[in-house]
Design a protein around this ligand. Structure first.
Ligand code: ADP
Ligand code: MG
Length: 355
């Protein structure tokens, strides 16, 4: 297992990582999610030993590997890393790259292990190629095979798919999900893409400017984002200005968006007082277009507005609906005229209000 406690790293006055703690059980996959510059690579560099912490400590299976004044050299740590830019040696053949760390094995054992890894990563038949003779996806699979070769206790991935084009990234997402399930390795996987995190992580840690913003099971990020910022990261694409009206129990509140009344869930930390302004976060996938003459359900929210924009997205249209003081984003299977009036509905629990 991997234990990180109160880990910090700064560069001069700039704080790259600030008081991060986490515990990851053996065989679990943790995704570290956050925008560029939030400290993701710094965390991996500290775990791998490429950088040293200013405070805090890192342990693997209880064994101390880093703290201020003590740092186990990278090659002595039971850890390997896969980088965004693959970092393959250009003049070496695939079989030598993958077998590079296997110096303690005999020639025969080494060949057997390399063949096994190449087969695991669907690379059999490419053993004698140079990196330049491989596609981006194949190069990244070589880097993964190399990282697995010495059977490390913890595997680190630093945005391994972000150099691939969209289609290949989708394919590799499936491939990695399958690989992690078969390997049952302890994995720390850094990404800025929430969908990648969803595809194969058990747990999630969200970083913002070096600080922990939210941690927990992957689903909690989407169902219970801790702040409007995390909600935005999780794809809640409408932020409506609203005012609290009155509490109705079970965490639900009546609130006003302009002169339209709704019932929504209040994020836990909000100190609620009637009249207080709140931001209402909504995900376009939870908003439905109402049919004309549709029977109204008293437990569902309804809003009406004017179509301000209608953008074609290939399989659907994305609309911006003007609600008076605020805009709502939603998707529709049909095109809608600018200026037309539409009604939409969403459940009371799908909308989250934040202070
Ligand atoms: P991420 O991987 O999330 O994009 P990084 O961990 O690379 O972010 O960087 C976090 C912050 O630390 C950034 O503001 C970055 O500029 C800063 N930083 C990282 N490495 C160094 C360094 N060697 N010297 C100075 N600042 C650094
Ligand atoms: Mg990075």
């Amino acid at each position: 297992m991997l234990d990180i406690s109160h880990l910090s790293r700064h560069y001069g006055d700039s704080v790259a990582l600030d008081d991060i703690s986490l515990h990851l059980d053996t065989g679990r996959v943790l995704a570290v999610l956050g925008p560029s510059g939030c400290g993701k690579s710094t965390l991996l560099k500290l775990v791998s030993g490429l950088e040293d912490p200013n405070s805090g400590e890192i342990r693997i299976n209880g064994r101390l590997i880093a703290k201020p004044g003590f740092s186990l050299p990278p090659e002595k740590r039971p850890i390997n890393m896969v980088f965004q830019d693959y970092a393959l040696w250009p003049h070496m053949k695939v079989r030598n790259i993958v077998g590079y760390g296997l110096t303690s094995l005999s020639r025969l054992e080494r060949k057997r292990r390399v063949d096994e890894l190449l087969s695991l990563l669907h690379l059999s038949g490419y053993a004698d190629r140079l990196p330049a003779e491989l596609s981006g996806g194949q190069q990244q699979r070589v880097a993964i095979a190399r990282a697995l070769a010495t059977d490390p206790e913890v595997l680190l991935f630093d945005e391994p798919l972000s150099n691939l084009d969209v289609q290949l990234r989708m394919e590799m997402r499936h491939e990695l999900a399958d690989l992690f399930e078969r390997l049952r390795k302890t994995v720390l996987y850094v990404t800025h893409d929430p969908l990648e995190a969803c595809a194969f992580a058990d747990e999630l840690l969200v970083l913002r400017q070096g600080r922990l913003e939210q941690a927990g099971p992957v689903r909690s990020l989407f169902a219970d984002p801790a702040s409007p910022w995390v909600a935005g990261l999780a794809g809640y694409d409408s932020q409506l200005s609203a005012h609290l009206h009155s509490a109705i129990g079970n965490g639900l509140w009546r609130l006003m968006v302009g002169n339209q009344q709704l019932v929504c869930r209040l994020a836990e930390y909000v100190q609620a007082a009637p009249g207080a302004p709140v931001s209402l976060m909504l995900h376009s996938s939870s908003i439905k277009l109402c049919q004309e003459n549709e029977e109204k359900d008293p437990n569902v929210n309804y809003l009406s507005g004017i179509v301000r924009q209608c953008i074609f997205e290939g399989h659907q249209w994305r609309l911006r609906l003007d609600l008076g003081e605020t805009l709502l984003s939603l998707v529709s299977k049909q095109q809608h005229e600018r200026g037309s009036c539409l009604s939409v509905s969403f459940t009371q629990h799908s909308a989250l209000a934040f202070h």
